[in-house]
Each structure stands twice: as structure tokens, then as C-alpha cells.
Design a protein. Sequence first.
Length: 243
Amino acid sequence: MVKVVFFDAAGTLFDTREPVGSIYARLARRFGLDAPDSEIDAAFRHAFRAAPGLAFGPGRTPDELRRLEKQWWRSLVWTTFEQLGRFDDFDRFFAALFAHFADPETWRADPEAMSVLNALKQRRLGLGVISNFDWRLYGVLEASGMLSCVDSVTISSEVGYAKPAPEIFRAALDKHALAPVEALHVGDSLALDVGGAAGAGIPGLLIDRKGRHQGQPRGALGCVRSLAEVLKVVDEMNQELRA
């Protein structure tokens, strides 16, 4: 039976209120660099895909992690803009950008997130978040009410491994003392969430709000268009096992 449901964070439980490229462009103009939103967005996505995972190996102290997290993001932002122009003061721009994404108001929870989490709790299921994020995630989850609703939060920077590495999923499982077959992971990335979970033996459910995937994506337990549909999948899985 499914005893714990893990969720990806950004893109699954919540997302930015405006496109990332637009946020970067708007703040960049305040610090002397004016470039089209679309060019900045494309540069960011290219830099993000090429960057190593937001993980630095296990055994780091909290202070060291905070320094490495900022360093990772600074390098990514620098790469994003290096072909687009120069800032009056890049460090001041980066500080403002980093703080902006730490602000819970930058993010918007999926309208169904809290009701789905509460419904799963009512079913006596464990809940967890597995994310390739840094410490700022805790503030976003707390402001939305989700932090008090979940039983565990596992982030790549603290574990030392980033999705799709199986180690981050195993670390989350260990917090619940459960086997992979007793878990389900829900996320919006076929490679990072579904593929990563599969590498740890956990069934993965793809959330595809825009219907980009037809039928059942390869390697996925299934594909849903909304968080509310997760409830139906979990109920069906557990009913089949009871039968």
C-alpha cells in the first residue's frame, strides 16, 4: 500500500507569480542592464540546464551550506547575463535577486495544494517534499501553510545529492522508515521526478497541467493534469492492493 506521498516543490506545489525571466529582467533594469525578457528567460533556462545539481556532497555544516548555496546561484546568474550586458553593480543586483526569491510573496501555491495535502493526511498517509532547492524553501512552505502539513522536507543542498540521483529519494524514505514500494512521488519533471524516483524504486506520478504528454509517459506510473487527481490515483492504488 501507499503509505507516504512525496511531492516536488516548485512547479508542483507552487510556482512563481510571474515568469522567472520577467523577474530577472525587471530587477536587472534597476541595476543598469536592459535586455528583453525573452532573451533573459532563454539564457536563464540554458544556464540552469547546464549547471550541476544544487548539491555539494553530504556532511556540510549549516553555515557552509548557506555559503555554497549562494555561490551556486551567483554562478548561475552570472552565466545567465554574461552575454547580455554589464551591470552597474552585479553583487548588489544578485543580493536583491536572491532576496526576492526568498520572499514568499514571490511564489503562489497551487490552489489545490492545501486541500490535497489535508485530504491525504485524513487518509493517514505520510507526506513529504523532495526538492532540488536550498534553505529558502522552508520559508515559502511555511508562509503557504504547507510546512506544518508535511512530515518531512528533503532538499538537495542539505542531503548532498540532487534529483535525479536516487540518494535524495532514499534519504526521504529513511525519514519515514518505509520501503520504496510503500511510497509515491509526484512531480512535474519526467527526468528529475519520475526518472529519479524510479531509480530509487519509487513509483513516480507526472503532473502535466498543460497536457504536453499524451497517454502514459514512459517510466511513469501515470500522468495527471492537476493535484486533485493525485487523490484518485492513491485511492485506486490502495483499493487494488486491499482487493
